[in-house]
Write a protein that binds this ligand. Structure first.
Ligand code: G3P
Ligand code: MG
Length: 244
């Protein structure tokens, strides 16, 4: 297996539900709990800036309305992506990927960047993420890219072949080894519902690392860690301690 420089504990969307997801505030909260690696979702604004956002629409996690892809970055950056998680986060902006990459490096943290394209923008988004990470990441452990979209991973690979990649699988698929191999992925990012000790062992035998999402129960976390898990993506940053 290739060298694995990543921490075992990874804050989901920054710091799970303890802070507004996919914001700098969330990563600051996660860091306060001792986390040094953050999973977050990234997609393109209407005018081609990479931003952090899970949904294709704005309503759930900001005071904006409509589709992310319908707005330019100048409009998106003026939205409030914090108030929905409490007044102490009021005014927290939707960050650009560039801003987050700067912050991560300044603190010697790293990330699992989930490429989450709006429909129809898979290749464009995958390539953009890879090129931006390649251009802006200067020091420290380079972020691990992942996606449910094979098209996005392929485009990221073509744009920046040396960046590490992982394949996200929501449901078990018997050909996960072949899928990872075809995409040049070094890691399988499995939904914790179907992950077990045997799959972790088989992945390791195939030279793959294994991450899982989203584990919020400390007992389940320990079970998977004992089975040899390489990365645990959790919302429960206030309960599951990285022990640093
Ligand atoms: O990358 C792991 C996890 O974040 C994938 O699911 O929907 O939370 O982005 P989702
Ligand atoms: Mg995600």
């Amino acid at each position: 297996m290739q060298a694995w420089p990543y921490p075992l504990y990874i804050g989901h969307r920054g710091a799970g539900k303890t802070a507004p997801e996919n914001t700098l505030a969330a990563m600051r909260v996660g860091a306060q709990y001792g986390y040094r690696m953050f999973e977050f979702d990234t997609k393109l604004s209407g005018d081609g800036t990479l931003i952090l956002m899970h949904d294709d629409t704005l309503e759930r996690t900001s005071d904006g309305v409509g589709r992310v892809a319908a707005l330019g970055y100048g409009e998106l950056m003026r939205l409030d992506a914090g108030s929905w998680q409490g007044s102490r986060f009021a005014g927290e902006p939707i960050p650009s990927l560039a801003r987050i990459l700067t912050w991560l490096q300044a603190h010697e943290f790293t990330a699992n960047i989930e490429i989450k394209p709006c429909p129809g923008r898979e290749r464009e988004t995958g390539a953009a993420v890879a090129l931006e990470v390649q251009a802006l990441w200067k020091k420290g452990v380079v972020p691990l890219l992942s996606s449910f979209s094979q098209e996005a991973i392929e485009a990221a690979r073509e744009a920046a072949p040396d960046l590490p990649r992982g394949l996200l699988l929501h449901e078990f698929q018997a050909d996960w080894r072949e899928q990872c191999a075809a995409l040049g992925c070094m890691a399988l990012h499995a939904n914790q519902r179907w992950l077990d000790e045997q799959i972790i062992a088989e992945a390791h035998e195939a030279g793959l690392r294994v991450l899982t999402y989203t584990v919020n129960d400390p007992q389940r976390a320990q079970e998977l860690i004992d089975a040899g898990l390489d990365g645990l993506i959790t919302d429960a940053v206030d309960v599951i301690s990285p022990g640093v």
